[in-house]
Design a binder for this molecule. Sequence first.
Ligand code: MD3
Ligand code: FE
Length: 201
Amino acid sequence: MEPFPDLPGFHYWPGRLHEAAQASLLAEIDTALAMAPLYRPVTPGGKPFSVRMSNFGALGWVSDRAGYRYQPTHPGTGAPWPPIPPVLLNLWAELTGWPRPPDACLINLYREDARMGLHQDRDEADLCAPVLSVSLGDTAVFRIGPAGKGPTRSLKLASGDVCALTGPARLARHGIDRLLAGSSRLMPGGGRINLTLRQAA
Ligand code: MD3
Ligand code: FE
């Protein structure tokens, strides 16, 4: 479905992953994170993100004093990022229909007080390739508006929800206002993980 007719290209599949699929994906993520630990990047200005991050795939999105970029290795360990789990590659093929598989998957972990300010995603080589987002754990209040001027509006993203950003929505401004703490029992201790599949190179 397209929940906002004035934001064409924003596709939303509420509850696309059932509970057992969410739990098995979370277990795969946990295993992979042992090799590529979540860390707290800083902005180019030196301010720490409230979101913890890691990546899967040939390329991972990183931010530090030198700027935003995609790179093949974890900034802490120097090791390559773990492979993207096949279940996510299958979801990309099914829901986006894009002819190339994603080469990057950013993992964002939100604990109760984490936020993500309004931004555009424009560090990828081909800004026509879609982005696919998978939410796990506590519900988040997601905000999205057009690329240029125009109003933003919010949508709750719950565990198992998937959305795709294609065409004119690919450069939409978006962010996470807050979490609804305690809204899901998927993650021990609460919190939310968002996975974004992308074509970086
Ligand atoms: C709209 N993540 O990683 S996911 C990000 O929930 C990011 O962690 C948020 O924004 C999160 O860059 C939002 C939904 C999403 C992802 C990518 C988009 C919306 C988007 C790219 C373009 C437009
Ligand atoms: Fe984003």
